[in-house]
Design a protein around this ligand. Structure first.
Ligand code: SF4
Length: 361
């Protein structure tokens, strides 16, 4: 992303009057560490200086980066230490080598686990905490203990841990796909991880898995009128803005690319609100296209609320998946809903029930 684009976007953002008192700038998608630390030194300094000039220091700005860890070296660690007051690091690692290396290979088809691990260990030896994100595949389901232990053993170095079930149920590779028939396997996997966290906790070693703590929070808040509306917040317009390296802007979900459903709104620009070189952020925010998408997402939300008993505990964020897989915003119950939301909530509820019964016995 050229520095001129950073200047243009953040000048508009800070001038817009729409910016929240605290924002996070995330470098995400692709591998951000292929650019050198000097690139980010310059980008951070530009963003903070525009903030100071336009808004004083009234807006708190944090930064984060999501990396595969392969390129982390001493120079990067020095950069992270310099910026530790306002910089968070996320590393993508799928667990032990037999799980990670099954899919995470470089352009030369070489395994990457050893390099990712070396990057994580460099962060650890420099006392830099990092967030770990792991992708669960069919392979992982068969190895819950090895998966859990890998992350549990690093817990003191982590600022957080969560796993991602693959965003889309269908891919060209059967091992990277899932269907309704996999519900039991995911349920067992979730229950096994929950049981391991109980055992660790009883032995005095708490290890929080964010998928479960957030799922539990949604369950506990399901009847609390004052609690955040997780479903609506997941796809609230303008809460998240994505800017790609060519200047295209999308909103609703973090990481939503212009290539998704390219002709849904008849302009060959997918869900993009426009390009910052051609249209101002203010005009994007007031555009007819944004209103159309908001209306469509509202139709989707109403269909969920009317027909799905998991609505009060749903993470939300499945509008585009519904449209992509079932062809309609009105449709409900995608395979993704079943595995990501329903199976996880069922496992959590059964876990709490069993836990309370054991305590009462
Ligand atoms: S689980 Fe699926 S159908 Fe149910 S509320 Fe969530 S998105 Fe809607």
């Amino acid at each position: 992303m050229p520095s001129g684009l950073i200047d243009r976007f953040f000048t508009e953002l800070f001038s817009s009057g729409r910016v929240a008192p605290a924002i996070t700038v995330s470098w995400h998608s692709g591998e951000p560490l292929t650019l050198p630390p000097s690139y980010y030194e310059d980008a951070i300094s530009r963003i903070l200086s525009l903030r100071d000039t336009i808004r004083g220091d009234a807006i708190s700005v944090r930064f984060d980066i999501q990396t595969n860890g392969v390129l982390i070296d001493d120079e990067w660690c020095a950069f992270f230490r310099r910026h530790e007051a306002h910089f968070d690091i996320g590393v993508s690692c799928d667990g032990p080598p037999e799980l990670h290396d099954a899919y995470r290979v470089n352009w030369g088809k070489q395994h990457t686990h050893a390099k990712t691990l070396r990057g994580m260990e460099l962060l650890e030896s420099n006392r830099i905490k990092y967030n770990l994100i792991s992708v669960v595949t069919e392979n992982t389901l068969a190895h819950p203990e090895a998966f859990y232990k890998f992350f549990f053993d690093r817990r003191e170095h982590l600022s957080g841990f969560h796993f991602n079930v693959l965003a889309h149920a269908n891919s060209g590779d059967p091992a990277l796909s899932y269907s309704a028939a996999d519900r039991d396997a995911y349920y067992r996997f979730f229950r096994q991880l929950l049981q391991r966290t109980h055992r660790a906790s009883e032995a005095g070693a708490d290890f929080r898995i964010r998928n479960f703590s957030q799922g539990l929070a949604r369950i506990l808040n399901a009847r609390n009128a004052d609690a955040p509306n997780y479903f609506e917040e997941a796809s609230a317009p303008l809460k998240t803005l994505n800017l790609d390296a060519k200047g295209n802007v999308t909103t609703f979900y973090a990481g939503l690319g212009i290539e998704v459903l390219p002709n849904l709104y008849g302009d060959d620009k997918g869900m993009s609100l426009g390009n910052i070189y051609e249209i101002s952020l203010e005009d994007m925010a007031g555009s007819e296209k944004l209103l159309r998408i908001i209306r469509d997402f509202d139709i989707s939300r109403q269909a969920c609320e009317a027909s799905c008993q998991y609505f009060p505990v749903c993470t939300g964020g499945f509008e585009v998946t519904k449209k992509q897989t079932l062809g309609s915003y009105v449709a409900v119950e995608t395979t993704e809903c079943m595995i990501h939301v329903k199976t996880l909530i069922d496992a959590l509820l059964d876990d709490v029930k069993d836990y309370l019964e054991q305590r009462a016995a």
